[in-house]
Write a new protein. Structure first.
Length: 192
């Protein structure tokens, strides 16, 4: 998936400047990392809102167009207003095509309803972890990682090692050793 969003450089910084930007329908942001200095930018609120609601925006490499030049970035932090949910500020990390990145990717559990543990034994899949930390090149970054629970029985526990890992992607926890193979889901008795 390739997302692209336009940014405008800004020179004013601080709370007051950010408040004025928001009143004009803009969202302050900063792009940092890589070989370049941090750059203060702003996005149109409506464009950013459309991008944020797109599946994979928070976990994919996004292209930011600034002064006619495209930069590949990864969303590192997104601050929302506590009452309205509006995006207040966004931090973006520059990525290079040839340098591995470490980020979190959502886990997608499939076929639970078809498993014996759920369909025949009356169990229920309980998800214990919704994200997994991965390391890979930006081009290999998956939108989601899949866990197939079709063979699950009542009492089974699914671990990070059960994740279907695409080529060129590594799970950071498993790189630390077998004792970091944490549980991510289980099929237990359904409460009545």
């Amino acid at each position: 998936m390739s997302l692209s969003i336009n940014a405008v450089a800004r020179s004013e910084e601080g709370k007051g400047a950010s408040r004025r930007l928001r009143n004009q329908g803009l969202v302050p942001a900063v792009i940092y990392g890589g070989d370049a200095e941090p750059t203060s930018v702003s996005f149109k609120n409506n464009e950013l809102l459309k991008a944020v609601t797109t599946d994979g925006f928070l976990t994919s490499v996004v292209e930011v167009s600034l002064d006619g030049k495209a930069q590949k970035v990864l969303v590192k932090a997104l601050q929302r207003h506590p009452a309205t949910g509006d995006v207040m500020h966004i931090d973006l990390l520059r990525v290079k095509e040839d340098k591995a990145i470490t980020t979190r990717v959502p886990l997608n559990f499939i076929n639970a309803a078809k498993s014996d543990g759920v369909a025949k034994q009356g169990g229920r899949l309980t998800i214990e972890s919704k994200l997994a930390e991965v390391r890979c090149l930006p081009a290999n970054l998956p939108e989601v990682l899949t866990v197939d629970t079709a063979n699950g029985q009542l009492g089974d526990i699914f671990h990070l090692s059960d994740v279907i890992i695409p080529e060129g992607v590594e799970l950071v926890a498993l790189l630390k050793g077998e004792d970091h193979n944490q549980p991510i889901a289980r099929i237990g008795k359904a409460k009545r």
